[in-house]
Design a protein around this ligand. Structure first.
Ligand code: ADP
Length: 422
């Protein structure tokens, strides 16, 4: 829960950071665009100055409008109109030549007079216009004997600069949105999955507890029955008790797996010499094998075998492997060997059973997985044993290896790291 909050926090901070970085880049981009624009305007101003400084078609027509000379025999308005458009087209062309492509207006005026000329199109919010005045030299001011100014006007240029930066801003916003979308999706499915695991584990825990109560009652009832029972009924009762024991073992296994996965229990590794324990486990299993008339042999290294282990779980794991060797062999001959190699201890359990095919070998460690011919041989199981063994071995920082040949036998090896005696 805490870790989840930390991850979500990091994610939110990262996305916010990304937005801030993008915003800063955008500001830098806008400033650069403004500097570039100002440079272009200086070039435009130079062009206009040069063209209006001498007498030519444009400057002559503008002069007609400014001085109201009636050279063309046309009304003042018509001359004004024509020069307005001519000047407008000239400025526009100069803009395009210098790489400026935005709306503009202009006005031509002398300090102490009203506008002589202004652009055909003008902006409504006069106050907020950005203005670039160009003082005209040469022919025109000499003609009217006054300094003349041509003012270029633009509306808010930020929109124009932004449209120039669109190639950068839009993709980066899109990419950030895509990242947010994907991360949210991953987080959602991850938490959905962990929810499912928790509910499954809760369900397993509840169910196993529910199963244990009636089992306890059956055990108690058989004990009572045992007290006054005839000799010929005894095998029946012992069968019931045996099966109850088996069922209890399976329930414990399911419970342990559930707890291991939800990390509820404390799994504590302690330093221990495995040798005496292995000998004890072998003795125990020998007794079971003797009852079933199966062969069992043990070969344990003569030296001390110190490992960091959680003994009850490791014992369960070894017994699960021994149990499988017994279950999946018709006339079991089982061989347990434990030896040290380099800094490892290898515990191998070999049988002469039905074996596992190469294809099935990949799946046998999955929870609830059973090889179908396991059922064919009428061997009962829940497909939990090996997944439990694997989990336990993993928690001991070890590995597990299976070598098997169909109808010849199987050898399962647990390889654990050894430690020093003190
Ligand atoms: P279970 O024995 O309860 O079915 P396990 O997880 O212990 O579950 O084993 C999974 C499958 O692997 C079994 O169904 C069986 O087919 C196969 N298997 C395990 N051990 C052996 C073995 N020693 N020999 C042959 N098959 C085995």
């Amino acid at each position: 829960m805490k870790r989840r909050r930390i991850y979500i926090g990091i994610f939110i901070i990262s996305v916010l950071g990304l937005f801030i970085v993008q915003y800063q880049y955008l500001k830098i981009g806008l400033n650069l665009a403004k500097v570039q624009f100002d440079r272009k305007i200086v070039r435009v101003a130079e062009d206009i100055k040069v063209d209006l400084s001498t007498e030519n078609q444009l400057s002559f027509l503008v002069a007609q409008a400014v001085t109201k000379d009636n050279y063309f025999n046309l009304s003042d308005d018509k001359v004004k109109d024509a020069s307005q458009h001519f000047l407008n087209d000239f400025i526009k062309e100069s803009f395009i030549k210098n790489g400026i492509d935005t709306d503009f207006s202009y006005r031509l005026y002398a300090r102490d007079t009203l506008d002589y000329l202004h652009s055909p199109h003008s902006f409504s919010n006069e106050e907020e216009l950005i203005r670039y005045p160009i003082s005209i030299e040469g022919y025109l001011p000499e003609l009217i004997q006054k300094p003349l100014i041509l003012e270029l006007q633009f509306e808010d240029l930020n929109g124009y600069f932004l449209s120039q930066l669109n190639g950068l801003t839009l993709p980066s916003i899109l990419f950030i949105v895509a990242i947010i979308f994907v991360v949210i999706w991953i987080l959602k499915s991850f938490y959905w999955q962990s929810n499912v695991i928790t509910t499954t584990n809760n369900f397993i825990n509840n169910l196993t507890h529910e199963l244990k109560t009636p089992l306890f009652s059956i055990g108690l009832a058989t004990k009572i029955l045992e007290e006054d029972m005839q000799e010929n009924q005894k095998p029946v009762i012992s069968m019931i008790r045996q099966q109850v024991e088996r069922l209890k073992k399976h329930i414990d296994l399911v419970l342990e797996l559930g707890n291991l996965e939800s990390r509820k229990n404390l799994f504590e590794l302690n330093k221990v010499d495995l040798r005496p324990l292995l000998i004890k486990w072998c003795e125990n299993f020998k007794m079971i094998a003797a009852v079933e008339e199966s062969k069992f042999q043990c070969d344990i290294a003569e030296e001390e075998i110190w490992v960091k282990a959680e003994i009850s779980h490791l014992e369960n794991a070894v017994f699960n492997l021994l149990d499988n060797a017994r279950k999946y062999s018709e006339t079991p001959e089982i061989y347990l060997k434990a030896w040290k190699r380099e800094k490892k201890i290898i515990i191998s359990i070999k049988d002469n059973g039905i074996g596992i095919s190469k294809k099935e070998k990949e799946h046998i460690f999955k929870k609830y997985y059973r090889v179908s011919n396991g059922n064919l041989h009428k061997v009962k199981g829940y497909g939990l044993g090996l997944s439990y063994v694997k989990e336990i071995v993993k928690r001991h920082k070890g590995t597990i290896k299976v070598e098997s040949e169909e109808n010849i036998g199987t050898e399962v090896s647990i390889i654990l790291p050894v430690t020093h005696a003190n």
